[in-house]
Design a protein around this ligand. Structure first.
Ligand SMILES: *Cc1c(COP(=O)(O)O)cnc(C)c1O
Length: 482
């Protein structure tokens, strides 16, 4: 008796695929009928037309980055900026001799940023581009550690007796934990203690200082909430401390999100080189510097704060150029893009984009507050981040929580994270939206409409409360806090 074959087997028997030609439809090709390689490289070559389609189709699954409301990182650049990036893609930023103009453009960016951060003309600032704030923070931290060690040895402090320490609030971004693990430094956390002010307590930070402190790291734009640490107070208290301390302590500002936002939006707020104890600052060019990932910047207010051992020399125009980066080769395209944006927008343009972003953030916060279910933790008045928790009454009455709301918003393509706050407030879950340059009033009003609808649906859905991943193991998914 003849066995009935499945149609898949039948296909395999009948069809011997002909080699693709230039007229083969992409979705009639042999390649589109099989899986792409995932463990071993394939044997045969593939038509670029087909390969492009199949590989770029994989990207669809990531959703639309512009609907990703979790991230600080730039998701839109103008056509000309994209072109600049493509044009410079093949340059290598480390080859100073071969690409002298990339080096020159980087220097111009360093000057522009140092001036935005009020570098003191009497000092000799120094800075570099990096892959992002993470590399920039590592460099800032390394410089502090090396400088501390040299000074401590000169003062007769036994540098082997204890690990050096770094002081930061428990609202720190994960890079500081990495820094401390990688460079063998003790992370001294200043706990967040006031629900109405989730920032670094300057006095408590000073109280943690000792002869082994390499520095204090305040944050301008706390990743979780968008709040600013009070660096003016910290600087004042630190000056007092330093007068009687055996070894002085200084400040590195982690301005990943605020560094290229505040100079345009709050030019009178002192947080930068105007404050005497601030010796270095890092930022992400790909956050409010408005460049696609990944670029960052780190600056020292004066050469003396970057120890010589960290500087390497590479050939440049018959001479040598100092470099102090962890990475070696990488494309110059982000540097070119940063310079393009400075040229293209100028001060007014950056301010226009950021002012719009702030307006949209404030609008969003008002809309969310008006729902009557949430306590606002940041209403967009600092970094344009809107961050909220369910109020006590809503927690009591509702059968759903912020994680359910996040799931529901996904139906419309919006990605909005819900996560627990850092130490001391881990039992509080929040939702956070980072308002970015490419979000218009129109888009966020559409979001508010979807938010209301999502809440309505959750109110009428039959839900059982379920245990959360984060409640079980205390882990905050990385992507939710960057
Ligand atoms: C985003 C962020 C970082 C890390 O920056 P990358 O550019 O992503 O490496 C570090 N610190 C703070 C406060 C941040 O917000």
């Amino acid at each position: 008796m003849l066995h009935k074959k499945s149609h898949i087997e039948r296909d395999e028997e009948k069809f011997v695929f002909k080699a693709d030609t230039s007229s083969t439809p992409i979705f009639g090709s042999a390649e589109s009928d099989v899986l792409l390689p995932r463990e071993k490289i394939g044997q045969k070559m593939m038509d670029p037309r087909i390969a492009y389609q199949l590989v770029s189709d994989e990207m669809m699954h990531d959703g639309n980055p512009r609907y990703n409301l979790c991230t600080f990182v730039q998701t839109y650049m103008e056509e000309e900026a994209r072109k600049i990036m493509l044009d410079s893609m093949a340059t290598n930023a480390i080859d100073k001799s071969e690409y002298p103009q990339t080096t020159e453009i980087e220097k111009r960016c360093v000057n522009i940023i140092a001036n935005l951060w009020n570098a003191n003309p009497k000092e000799d600032y120094l800075g570099t581009s990096t892959v992002g704030s993470s590399e920039a923070c590592m460099l800032g931290g390394m410089a502090m550690k090396f400088r501390w060690r040299k000074r401590a040895q000169a003062l007769g402090i036994d540098t082997n007796a204890k690990k050096p320490n770094l002081i930061v609030s428990s609202g720190y971004q994960v890079v500081w934990e990495k820094f401390c693990v990688y460079w063998d430094v003790e992370l001294r956390e200043v706990p967040l203690s006031d629900w109405h002010d989730l920032t670094l307590n300057a006095q408590k930070a000073i109280d943690l200082c000792d002869d082994y402190t390499i520095g204090i790291v305040p944050i301008m734009g706390i990743t979780y909430t968008g709040a600013f640490d009070d660096i003016v107070t910290l600087d004042r208290l630190l000056s007092e401390y330093n007068q009687q301390a055996k070894i002085s302590v200084s400040i590195h500002v982690d301005a990943a999100s605020g560094g290229l936002y505040l100079p345009f939006m709050e030019p009178d707020l002192a947080w930068d080189f105007r404050l005497e104890n601030v010796i270095s600052i890092s930022t992400s060019g790909h956050k409010y510097g408005l460049i696609y990932p990944g670029i960052g910047w780190v600056m020292w207010r004066d050469k003396q704060f970057l120890p010589d051992e960290l500087i390497f020399k590479v050939a440049y125009l018959g001479d040598f150029e100092p470099t102090f980066q962890i990475n070696f080769s990488r494309s110059g395209s982000q540097i070119w893009a940063q310079y393009y944006c400075f040229v293209r927008w100028g001060f007014e343009g950056y301010r226009a984009v950021h002012a719009k972003t702030r307006d949209v953030g404030l609008f969003l916060a008002r809309g969310i507050k008006a729902l009557g279910l949430f306590d606002m933790i940041n209403g967009g008045e600092n970094i344009p981040i809107v961050c909220w928790a369910m109020n006590a009454q809503a927690q009591e009455e509702k059968q759903w929580d912020l994680y359910d709301l996040a799931d529901r918003l996904r139906f419309n393509g919006w990605q909005v994270p819900a996560y627990p706050l850092p130490a001391n407030f881990q039992n509080v879950s929040v939702m956070r939206i980072v308002v970015r340059a490419d979000q218009s009033m129109e888009q966020m009003s559409l979001f508010l409409k979807d938010l209301k609808q999502a809440i309505k649906e959750l109110d009428t859905a039959k839900l059982g409360k379920h245990k959360r991943l984060s409640e079980e193991n205390g882990v905050v998914p990385m992507g939710y806090t960057h």
